[in-house]
Design a protein around this ligand. Structure first.
Ligand code: 13P
Ligand code: SF4
Length: 368
């Protein structure tokens, strides 16, 4: 059934109010209004919550998302939300993390979208690493599939990787799958780090010359980078941390000008949420994140395809959840270890990358 013209006009105006700061015109908003209206009606009818990762496009983040945030923060937030159905607008491994933490809820993804890091390693390859390095502990970054988490000793995020590695009982750590984050990690721990060959195709694309050039042209700029970038880039910035850590830094900084060395979605969030601050420099699009369109979100609510439901075999899910549980346990222990040691030249006193982000659970914002 078609919505009356007055409803469509109201919806276009609602979208325009949210999106005009990001360069969207009224005509663009009128074009997507029928789809966002239908999504929002179905979401209410089905009591579903729509979560949007910070790398999604603005129409998804602010047009239909209930919450926008980082991958782990959104999944944790969903455990506290009463909705029984979660639509996770992001790449597939993040939908899996949401399902692991919300096993009794229905989790759907608009698209089965990949990620160059998650796609770089399988569970069988982790088993082979364990045979090759029998005395090492295996730590996997959260950007991995459930079958990889299931084969690892502990999971970690970009904000607690140092603490988790420090708390592992072994002196030798196989860190998978990000080889650049593994290099950054080597500068922050005395443990022996064995790396895998994965990279994020977005963050490996930045180079130190671009950062130096921006610093030269804008001496007052604060530069923030994701630790998936090369160490040569991380060494030049004022802060290195995950998506939410970067936004927290901007939120609490008195500086007026920033460069975000990361995916373009964060630039959109920055423009929407910090209108008084200026952003300079460049960003890179994640082609996997940008696969997701409003029509896919509508399909997940209206007529979901079997592959849109996130399902994880029970034996894998149980072991993957154990790896996430060890992350919490080791994060606490590891922070205490780094604090006792007084931090290191590269980490803050609590063992994070240079500036400690806020607790994970607050790492998402209500969009409405
Ligand atoms: P977050 O875990 O900070 O959401 O980042 C996800 C990601 O894909 C980084 O490139
Ligand atoms: Fe994966 Fe990089 Fe895209 Fe994040 S930005 S989803 S790590 S490819």
């Amino acid at each position: 059934m078609q919505s009356p013209a007055s409803d469509l006009n109201k919806e276009a105006q609602r979208l325009y109010d949210k999106l005009h700061k990001l360069g969207w015109g009224m005509e663009d908003c009128q074009l997507i209004a029928p789809t966002t209206l239908e999504i929002n009606e179905l979401r209410k009818e089905q009591n579903a919550v729509i979560l949007a990762h910070s790398y999604q496009t603005p129409d998804i983040m602010y047009g239909v998302g209930d919450y926008v945030g980082d991958s782990y923060g959104l999944s944790v937030m969903a455990t506290k939300h009463p909705a029984k159905k979660i639509i996770f607008c992001s790449v597939y491994f993040m939908g899996e993390t949401a399902k692991l933490l919300n096993p009794d809820k229905q989790v759907l993804v608009p698209r089965v979208a990949g990620c160059s890091l998650a796609d770089s390693i399988t569970g069988a390859q982790v088993r082979a690493l364990r045979r090759k390095y029998p005395h090492a502990g295996i730590v996997c970054y959260v950007n991995t599939y459930a079958e990889v988490k299931a084969e690892s000793d502990a999971c970690c995020t970009s904000s607690n990787v140092v603490a988790v590695v420090e708390a592992m009982p072994q002196q030798e750590i196989v860190f998978i799958p990000d080889k650049l984050m593994g290099l950054n990690l080597r500068n922050m721990t005395s443990k022996r780090i064995i790396r895998w060959d994965g990279t994020c195709i977005v963050h490996e694309g930045f180079n130190p010359d671009t950062v130096r050039d921006i610093r030269r042209r804008f001496p007052d700029v604060k530069i923030l980078a994701h630790p998936e970038c090369a160490p040569g880039v991380v060494a030049l910035v004022d802060y290195a941390g995950g998506t939410s850590g970067m936004l927290d830094y901007v939120r609490t900084s008195s500086a007026k000008m920033f460069m975000l060395v990361t995916e373009c979605g964060l630039t959109d969030r920055f423009k929407a949420e910090f209108p008084g601050k200026e952003i300079v420099g460049t960003c890179i699009l994640c082609p996997y994140m940008k696969e997701i369109q409003l029509e896919d979100v509508l399909k997940a609510l209206k007529d979901p395809a079997p592959e849109q439901f996130v399902e994880i075999p029970m034996d894998i899910a149980d072991r993957a959840r154990a790896s996430l549980a060890r992350m919490f346990e080791f994060e606490k222990q590891g922070k205490a270890i780094v604090q006792t040691r007084g931090g290191s030249s590269a980490t803050s006193a609590d063992g994070n990358f240079p500036v400690a982000p806020q607790p994970l659970a607050v790492h998402c914002s209500r969009t409405g």
